[in-house]
Design a protein around this ligand. Sequence first.
Ligand SMILES: Nc1ncnc2c1ncn2[C@@H]1O[C@H](COP(=O)(O)OP(=O)(O)O[C@H]2O[C@H](CO)[C@@H](O)[C@H](O)[C@H]2O)[C@@H](O)[C@H]1O
Length: 731
Amino acid sequence: MASIGGSSTFIIERKSRHVFTSSTLSPTKIENLAVFSGSTSGVTLFCNRGQLWRFKPVRIAADDPEGSLQFTIKKSKKIAERRKLVSSIKSNITDLDEDEAFHEQRDKSLPDVDLTSSSSISAVEDKNGSILSSSDVTSTVKDISEIRPSDEVGDEPEVHLSSEKASSDLGSTKLLKTTDSKAFKSGVLPSFLSSSSDAVLLTSIENENSTKASLEMVGEVHDPAVESTKPPPLAGANAMNIILVAAECAPWSKTGGLGDVAGSLPKALARRGHRVMVVAPRYAEYVEPRDIGVRKKYKVDGQDMEVSYFHAYIDGVDFIFMDTPMFRHMQYNIYGGKREDILKRMVLFCKAAVEVPWYVPCGGVCYGDGNLVFIANDWHTALLPVYLKANCRDNGLMSFTRSILVIHNIAYQGRGPMEDFYSVGLPDHYKDLFKLYDPVGGEHFNIFAAGLKTADRVVTVSHGYAWEIRTLEGGWGLHGIINECDWKLQGIVNGIDIEEWNPQHDVHLKSDGYTNYSIETLQPGKAQCKAALQKEVGLPVREDVPLIGFIGRLDHQKGVDIIAEAIPWMMDQDVQLVLLGTGRQDLEELLRQFEDQHHDKVRGWVGFSVQTAHRITAGADILLMPSRFEPCGLNQLYAMCYGTIPVVHAVGGLRDTVQPFNPFEESGFGWTFDSADARKLIHALGNCLLTYCEYKESWDGLRRRGMMQDLSWDNAAQKYEEVLVAAKYQW
Ligand SMILES: Nc1ncnc2c1ncn2[C@@H]1O[C@H](COP(=O)(O)OP(=O)(O)O[C@H]2O[C@H](CO)[C@@H](O)[C@H](O)[C@H]2O)[C@@H](O)[C@H]1O
């Protein structure tokens, strides 16, 4: 990190828009700002808050404010000219299809561009100085078929899944537009870790997308005309570097809601102006990410394990996939295997993830560790805050980096015998952090407990759940710790990815008789989807019969056994029922039984199929969610967006998001029942069916109100930002 001293005056430029002299910035401020530095031609570059800064000594007297001002004005003019030039280069990059033409243009343009621009330009150069070409390709990613593990590390007996198997998706595909690219040739150590101040700052860059990302990072892609009207980033001065770390990330890997969140929250944070990265394991050979050539070794249980990194830049987010033999071929069994094995996977994942901002360049530039916050998710990554503290902060490293731990489901905790402590590779004095006693597990090793205590802030995915986990019943043994952490705990209701889950554009509704629809075309659109669903699953095609859907992991949490108790009553009604799920074998068997016994009315689809989930959400009239507990729940949110009425157990996030129907005020979005009990479910569902059959206008109102809500991630992202800011200024 460069120091400031002597009589020199420094110019720091960001986005070529703001020019500061060192006299306006104190050394400490600059220390805090400059998180990554490299030096070329005597000019030092800093990366901070997603921006590349130029930091250059100039020959003017520090005590001559007028001279300094003149210089600044002159410099600003030069910068404006330079920006125009870069903007013209950018439009040329877009316009020119042929590499050759691209090269010609570069040859013409580069000599006039000084470092601020050339740092951008170098973002399209490979090691030999030639510019990399790229062409857009549309790649197809197969749906992931996978399940929860049968053997989560030390879960509570009730939620411990006995035996689950992977089942394949039924041929659904998802299109992801991406950019083909040449891979990074090699990774470089960030120069602040290397001894040479002249370390090469920007090496080869992988693709046009990354190029644009890099150009955006240094603030040079803006058309001046557009720029004057373009509002500043929503995050404003709070813009940060954010790294979300999760064991699954849709669409590449998903067993449930965590995958959805990891795939979509980061995009919303990026839209607010943060520089955002997701780090997830590379369970299979994904199409978009490219090997960036960085290799690192970490010790896990006494053994050296090598990891490498794959990168894709999509929708403003750097997706980093960590590759190591332990993750390979686990896509259908992410949390599977022996307790010791999953523990090793998560130890390696978290140890390495902490250092990603040092070693893994995205768009050519590492994130660095200042102005940085990690978002860890569930017990699988709860070791990350602990490693951040033990391996870094205790040693004077990453002092400005913060960690947030998000609780998606506290029932899974990473429990094991105390001996497991010796597998996580921490100093002995960390042992107590993991020690927990409860009547179920006795004294045991608990990863979630350690993560909750160590994280700077804790978020859970609804207000209702934030309350529930403080109680004996809802805390699953961790309520004591949660109550101690009360001051740093906040509930933020999940959003949904409105590009992925939008009846107007849903790619899964474009074939097999389904259709896209909006609030304007709700009536015919939904009727067509319902008919297509009935046809696809082989039920009688009837418009008048209420079609009830259920989608979810088959375990104790989701209450499929409560549906089983209600089945005799349901089968006495004129209804159809389509269930989709995978998980516990006995519950899968239950689904098959429903179908066998009531073949004219029920279909039980055992398997994991994103496409079928979308189609049920669109084609069903009613979505049933009798979850015993539900931290947030995404399916009810998707349902409301698709004009499908939720009937839910009023618990956790379901209570937060499904306001009960009030026939007198014509308000609300669905039906709720207040305990996980078949009789209560029958009562709520009975009222719902009555409204469906007898009160068409009310039904229509319910559907429309649901569809008109803003359930996007944007609101939630703003709230996350508040938490990140609070963490940043917390010591
Ligand atoms: N068989 C199948 N085929 C295809 N898709 C399937 C499927 N089974 C489930 N899904 C999909 O998986 C997701 C499940 O979302 P939930 O919120 O219900 O998840 P889950 O309980 O796993 O997550 C936890 O984390 C999330 C995110 O925070 C919380 O909302 C939730 O309450 C908490 O339990 C949905 O996208 C759903 O469509």
